[in-house]
Write a protein that binds this ligand. Structure first.
Ligand code: ATP
Ligand code: MG
Length: 347
């Protein structure tokens, strides 16, 4: 697969000598949705600004759609659409006029222009405000107007810098659907977001940036699996250390940590189901909540326990209404990957 974006040693040092992006190497395969995560000030917007030719890299290389951002900025601009973190439309022009300006910049034929804009307005539900000046719009409405303007020339590569911030839940979903549709049409999407659910759900790959560097890159599931493996490894090491030291008290404490939570609710509470899972040695600490939910703990190192518990429940005639197991979330991955901060690099 070809890469839509490639960077090598991409670096941005701002005029005040601050290094916002530090020798970044990144590859984003074409036709995928890439999620860019990172704490405030990590360098996400700076990276996007370099890739969209809004600012010049200090050193290093970057290509977008095969074109070099420094040598061929016009070709790069033609390929991409950008919804910036700070909406950059003209406040005194209307939603329609702003989009027309964009369309004219990209040379969209006059007979196609307005109908294209109207279709996009309908898609993101902003047509009702087409003749309002952007300065008079609400935050979410501005965001939608910005989206229309950025999509009007049908860009191959779309950069979205926190596009759903401040959008109401319905509009958020509309935008998620739109992102998926654009991707189904073969477009590459680069999405910066602090919404872990959004990134987990939409993105093929996720990169976590911390103080201007890429600290993790994988599929959302891959990142979570790695974290689980790391946690297991750390725990095993600590456990064997404590075993060697023969510290009874800490051992009891730690063995409890090596368990993870699971719980289920039956359509009808049934004591015989509970006694059937009690027999499983890998199940610990069974506790029945007042609403009948059965909470228990299982061995975090044994992937077959969940399956065994389900089998026990079903073979004793239990009908499960809902079930929950504790898994690492993308948020856990984010927190772990960005926990080590070099305070000097941040200031
Ligand atoms: N024009 C500028 N001049 C000097 N420093 C800047 C400039 N723009 C950004 N920075 C600094 O560069 C660093 C990275 O900023 P950037 O906007 O790329 O972060 P971000 O990852 O997008 O953060 P957020 O999640 O808050 O949007 C920050 O420490 C910021 O203070
Ligand atoms: Mg930003």
């Amino acid at each position: 697969m070809k890469n839509a974006i490639e960077t090598q040693n991409l670096t941005k040092v701002y005029n005040n000598n601050f290094t916002a992006v530090n020798s970044l190497d990144l590859e984003i395969p074409e036709k995928t949705i890439f999620g860019m995560l990172g704490p405030n000030g990590a360098g996400k917007t700076t990276t996007i600004k370099m890739l969209t030719c809004l600012i010049q890299p200090t050193s290093g290389h970057a290509t977008v759609g095969g074109y070099d951002v420094t040598k061929n900025p016009d070709e790069v601009r033609n390929l991409l659409g950008m919804v910036p973190q700070q909406v950059s439309l003209y406040k005194d022009l209307t939603v329609m006029e702003n989009s027309q300006l964009c369309a004219d910049y990209y040379g969209i034929p006059a007979d196609e222009r307005d109908s294209r804009i109207e279709d996009l307005m309908e898609l993101v539900d902003i047509k009702y405000a087409r003749d309002k000046r952007v300065g008079q719009l609400s935050g979410g409405q501005k965001q939608k107007a910005s989206l229309v303007a950025s999509l009007v020339h049908g860009p191959e590569i779309l950069f979205l810098d926190e596009p759903t911030i401040g959008l109401d839940p319905t509009t958020k979903r509309t935008l998620w659907d739109l992102i998926r549709e654009l991707n189904d049409d073969g477009r590459t999407i680069i999405l910066c977001s602090h919404d872990m659910h959004e990134v987990d759900m939409l993105c093929d790959n996720v990169g976590i940036i911390n103080t201007g560097n890429l600290v993790a890159y994988d599929t959302p599931q891959g990142l979570k699996d790695t974290l689980l493996e790391e946690n297991k490894r750390e725990l095993t090491e600590t456990l064997s250390q404590i075993h060697a030291e023969n510290d009874e008290e800490r051992l009891a404490e730690l063995e409890n940590i090596s368990l993870r939570k699971m719980s289920f609710l039956l359509q009808e509470f049934d004591e015989s189901v509970v006694s059937s899972i009690e027999k499983n040695e890998k199940v610990k600490d069974i506790e029945i909540a007042r609403n009948g939910r059965v909470n228990l703990k299982i061995d975090a190192f044994d992937d077959s326990v969940v399956h065994e518990v389900l089998n026990d429940v079903m073979s004793s005639g239990g009908k499960i209404k809902s079930i929950f197991t504790e898994e690492p979330s993308l948020e856990d991955v984010f927190i772990k990957a960005t926990a080590e901060v070099d305070e000097d690099a941040r200031a």
